[in-house]
Ligand binder design. Structure first.
Ligand code: OAD
Length: 247
């Protein structure tokens, strides 16, 4: 039996499915993964250095310009067949989607997302009082610097609603994700799609799912830090593998 057939059989018989997605889930929609080379204006910037509270304090205009461009891009892309397949699966069996992605492609395909572990590119807020702020207007083209707006309530800076390195995850999202995974049983499946598994604590979820007894299935064209934790390895992209896996 192929790995895909084994995974498909387990999904077909599952009582519940939790799906953990990472940047590879959005890759075939045209969102570059976090650790791919960036293109154009941003090709000389290291995302891991822009996505930090320290970078924000040192140079808000550069960080804000980068996020505005990413927010713009995310609004121009569409969910792919893999996103749609997960939404369809939820019509047959309870599915909890936990994502590290900051786009809204799961929602636009029709899935309800249980937890956005790393926040959202489409939810800006004041960096002082936390009040929600409007998403900036799309940019016609990338710009190297853009002064962030100020909060209407307390004049704080408006920042993207994503989790940066060195910041804690939103407590509610993390609790919901952990509870979902720890609540899995031997009749259930944890699908781990498109994540390199290098960023904690998200990368600990597959281990918790395995400890709970679930069959852990990796969907990734190549191996990852999580491959050893997974029972089944489907070596294909999400847009191709997921429709077959849940079909
Ligand atoms: P990465 O960019 O680290 O990893 C993407 C993974 O997707 C890799 O393992 C690729 O092999 C795989 N991949 C590529 N194309 C794929 C495809 N078509 N189908 C399936 N898989 C594919 O992204 P993440 O693991 O999501 O956090 O990174 C985790 C976190 O690191 C991100 O959420 C972000 C970053 O720091 C924050 O911004 C806090």
């Amino acid at each position: 039996m192929t790995e895909l057939a084994r995974a498909a059989g387990a999904v077909r018989d599952a009582r519940r499915v939790v799906v953990l997605t990472g940047a590879g889930m959005s890759a075939e929609s045209g969102v570059p993964t976090f650790r791919d080379a960036q293109t154009g204006l941003w090709s000389t910037f290291d995302p891991e250095r822009l996505a930090t509270p320290a970078a924000w304090r040192a140079d808000r205009a550069t960080v804000f310009a980068w996020y505005c461009w990413r927010s713009t891009l995310v609004r121009t892309v569409e969910p792919h067949a893999g996103h749609v397949a997960l939404a369809r699966l939820a019509e047959r069996v309870p599915v909890d989607v936990v994502t590290q992605n900051v786009d809204d492609l799961h929602e636009r395909a029709g899935s309800q997302v249980l937890a956005h572990l790393h926040g959202s590119l489409l939810a800006y807020r004041c960096d002082t009082c936390g009040r929600p702020a409007p998403v900036p207007a799309p940019l016609a083209e990338p710009v190297p610097r853009l002064e962030p707006p100020r909060c209407a309530a307390d004049d704080g800076w408006v920042r993207p609603g994503v989790v940066w390195f060195d910041e804690p995850l939103p407590a509610d999202a993390w609790r919901a994700a952990r509870d979902a995974v720890e609540g899995l049983t031997r009749q259930d499946v944890l699908l781990v799609v498109g994540t390199s598994g290098v960023v904690q604590p998200a990368a600990s979820l597959p281990l918790l799912g395995r400890a709970a007894g679930a069959l852990v299935v990796e969907v990734n064209p190549v191996g990852s830090e999580l491959s050893e934790v997974c029972h089944v390895h489907v070596r294909a992209g999400a847009a191709e593998a997921l429709p077959e896996l849940v079909g």
